[in-house]
Design a protein around this ligand. Structure first.
Ligand SMILES: CC(C)(COP(=O)(O)OP(=O)(O)OC[C@H]1O[C@@H](n2cnc3c(N)ncnc32)[C@H](O)[C@@H]1OP(=O)(O)O)[C@@H](O)C(=O)NCCC(=O)NCCS
Length: 230
């Protein structure tokens, strides 16, 4: 498998975004919706005007997943007022995560998802949430295996059809826990290293003497550390 890169989408990528947006939406939902509903959603939902406004919104970000120069999937995240619901200042929404069928099960979706969680973590949000169609079993399984749990339902309108989306969320407080485990491991390794160095110094009769020379009358203090070998 060639390497996958995740890059932030800019206004210069507008037409590429429209192409991948329409193609992946079509692939995902064409079989389960009327041609008419699909046509109007593809027209309006991915119009150049709408995508331009979304790209210029500072409370949203898009990312492409690329394999070589080919865009094979994309991600849209929202925070603050641009979230489609909740609009909690402590949350980030994954509004869209779409990968071309040919690349399902090949880590592309996972890397896009990781980018969303990384952004939430960096921006200090407490949880990530999303809405997923109740019949989209693959996506539901994907979110569940990443730790998401259902907390509500809402209605999504596709043309004249009303569909039920399951709302799922992931609390991010599990990350600090794993981070503190990491920190603890680091401290243990540091202590073991210190003990090894100290035993070596004692075994080799090396004397360390540190002296703090007082504050120079009109200036800052200096710390002198002198190591002498006997
Ligand atoms: C959602 C998406 C990004 C996930 O990426 P992916 O590469 O397909 O994800 P993975 O293969 O890692 O995980 C999918 C899981 O669903 C499982 N799965 C596949 N078909 C399934 C089905 N019909 N029912 C239940 N689970 C299913 C897979 O076995 C896998 O689980 P496992 O790793 O435990 O075996 C990708 O499928 C996608 O782009 N789908 C189309 C767009 C879409 O639906 N987006 C979500 C909108 S909310």
């Amino acid at each position: 498998m060639k390497s996958i890169t995740i890059i932030k989408v800019t206004i210069a990528d507008l037409y590429e975004l429209q192409r991948i947006g329409r193609e992946t939406f079509q692939e995902t939902f064409a079989d389960s919706n009327s041609e008419e509903n699909m046509k109007s959603y593809l027209e309006e939902g991915f119009s150049i005007t709408k995508l331009t406004a979304e790209l210029q919104n500072e409370d949203s970000e898009f990312y492409f997943a690329r394999i070589d120069s080919e865009v094979v999937g994309y991600l849209k995240i929202n925070f603050g007022e641009s979230q489609t619901e909740l609009r909690d200042s402590a949350s980030l929404e994954i509004e869209r995560i779409y990968v071309l069928k040919e690349f399902h099960g090949k880590s592309v979706g996972q890397l896009l998802y990781d980018k969303a969680v990384q952004a939430a973590w960096e921006k200090g949000y407490e949880y990530v949430w999303l809405g997923v169609w109740e019949e989209n079993l693959r996506a539901i399984r994907f979110y569940e295996k990443n730790g998401f749990a259902a907390f509500d339902k809402h209605i999504f309108k596709l043309g004249d059809d009303q569909q039920t989306d399951i709302m799922m969320k992931l609390k991010l407080d599990q990350f600090p826990k794993s981070l503190s485990r990491l920190k603890l491991n680091f401290v243990i390794i540091l202590l073991v290293c210190l003990r090894t160095i100290l035993s070596w110094l004692i075994d080799n009769n090396v004397l360390i003497s540190c002296s703090l020379k007082g504050i120079v009358k009109s200036g800052p203090g200096y710390l002198f550390c002198r190591v002498s070998f006997h």
